[in-house]
Write a protein that binds this ligand. Sequence first.
Ligand code: ZN
Ligand code: ZN
Ligand code: FE
Length: 758
Amino acid sequence: MRAEVRVSGIVQGIGFRPFIYRIATKYGLVGYVRNRGDGLVEIVIEGRKNRIEGFLKELRHKPPPLARIYKITTKYSEETGEFKNFRIIKSSGRLEFSGSIIPPDIAICDECLRELRDPKNRRYNYFFITCTNCGPRYTIIERLPYDRPNTTMREFPMCQKCSIEYRDPANRRFHAQTIACKDCGPRVYLTTNDGEIIECNDPIREAGRLIEEGYIVAIKGNGGFHVATATTISEPIARLRRVKHRAQKPFAIMARDLEAVKTFADVSKWEAELLKSYIRPIVLLKKSEDYYLSELISPRLHTIGVMLPYTGLHVMLFDWVKEPAFVMTSANPPNEPIVIDNDEAYRRLGRDVDYILLHNRRIAQRCDDSVVRLHGKDPVIIRRSRGYAPEPIRLKIPSKKCSLGVGAELMVTACLLLDNKAFASQHIGDVENIETLNFLREAINHLVRLTNSRVEVIAHDLHPRCNTTRLAKELSEKFNCPAIPIQHHHAHLACIMAEYGLDEIVGIVCDGFGYGLDGQAWGGEILYCNLTEFKRLGYLQPQPMVGGDLATIYPLRMAAALLSKSIDVEEWLISRSNLLPHGEIEAHLIAKQIKDGKVPIWTTSCGRVLDAISAILGICHERTYEGEPAMKLESAAIGGRNILKLEPKIIGDNILDTSFLATRILEAQKNHKIADLAYSAQTYIANGLAKIAIQKAEELNIRTIAFTGGVAYNQHITETIREAVERNGMKLITQRLIPPGDGGISIGQSIIAAKLIK
Ligand code: ZN
Ligand code: ZN
Ligand code: FE
């Protein structure tokens, strides 16, 4: 009998053909296996019927750990007798199917790690040690099928020893496209910041030593450059903050191992699992009681972003040092994507760092580290990038059309939706300038090419002046298909509906900003929606944004707006005018604009309310990074109690009074601790939103309430809403697969657009 088998999914680049080879020979079958240009694996086998059945059973039930099989199709026919043995043959460029894809980058596996440490092994101390089970994938692949000539490894012809391993079915590196060794593979160099090579036997460990000594070192990884410093001394971190113009934004760190992490942070069982997983994201952990690293790493936050080494190079960095961890922050010029090119590194980073550790392998796709936080055991993804992308998110709602979402403004990703699979790109960033816009455009082209798909509709934000909206118009001409605007908060909720397979929902969406149907700045919304429509059921009290964007940067402006209903804000602002960039003049101006009521932009944003409370409590007066005042408020509330026990004050039956909250917080300031007031304020907002949502859900006879948007990263607010919803016998759902922040917007956009076109 003959069987022609096609397997779709993530089946290239994870040792799938070697696996097929092994089971085919085990069952005594003849024929071949090969990769195809559309990402499928094609198998032809001939042999006895029961043996073919045994083969297929193993294919289905025991695939390699990193494989993701979406579909297996089998066609039977008469045996031809054309084969003498079973072989892995040359890939074909055939393009027939859509939606198969290559795997994400995979952290160094235990076996490779063992070999890296084994003096008798050929790859002892070789930084680019990988095998079929580990190593970079997405970041080295230029096109499919996944063969060495289609990757940036093509510049390194295999030496004889490597090529013997590559052809040996019993070897772990059988057909491993990233196979390399000291003799034939990428090399690593340590240079000064202007490119002068530093002669040393061990550039990696030498770099580690320099970092420990207090130097700033740029390090080329798999998906881009990092900038590294020590963590137990503050001087280099302070210097890095000065040159990077990052006054306060937290830096991620890389710890030598899990034991080291436990010396400065609390690590739950689930957090430990995530830290050690092959994804190896940055996990936001709670600083422990005996936290001893520099306070400058994540100033005035209760959390610290930690990851573990994920390449041989990272592991070796720590060999000669005592530092428990290094700062490892993406090397990107302000508002630009992460640097990947060697020349660019000297040009763009040279002035800011002391040394550069780099290798001579090109990076095909830039990819930042992923960031995840856990609420108990629920993952809340902040940035879905390395280790995740381009693996699709499996949705519970299939779509008939192939749609493309381009995101909104901040934390942008792109998403290509095919059937029930959302292929989200790596993290692109804030699309404010030409560099990030180009990066987005490239990432979209790459996704379309890799998945071999034909885009039928493009979804973009409702905001007419977004760069991504402009890009959508351009792409709609290129792909010759319609472009549809999708409201921001509707897109947030579509993600959660698709994650849970629900056709309608009452959702609370809280974030910083989303363009509303009325052209105003929405961001504290309670919506009813299904996948094609939504209705606004409730929201936070609209407040004037005095000075537009300035009100986002200087939260005192929002505080004044909220307080203006109960006190004379002119006097209040003057008493704080030292906190305003233009002092008393600015205080007068803000007060006058509020009094005259001539503020064009009003906002219902939950982020802005949290900012205002943060400013009233003196926690944060200037936002130097996205979410800063609200994040610092959450940190300030750790250990606090609900001392004020405020009953939510609802205006009409669907607007939560936030001026009332601000006034009460201001009044209580003299008599209570900041932690208790920060805690009470967050509790008020959570309870108020929950109260409106519960009442509206009851009226509509809906039993499930969703909570999403960037504010859903806040654990206290999320848990308080959950308690209130559950007390009323309803269920609260939150996102676990798709980021609740704006990194998920492209996914929600693509889901709605696919439903909107017939
Ligand atoms: Zn390995
Ligand atoms: Zn070699
Ligand atoms: Fe948002």
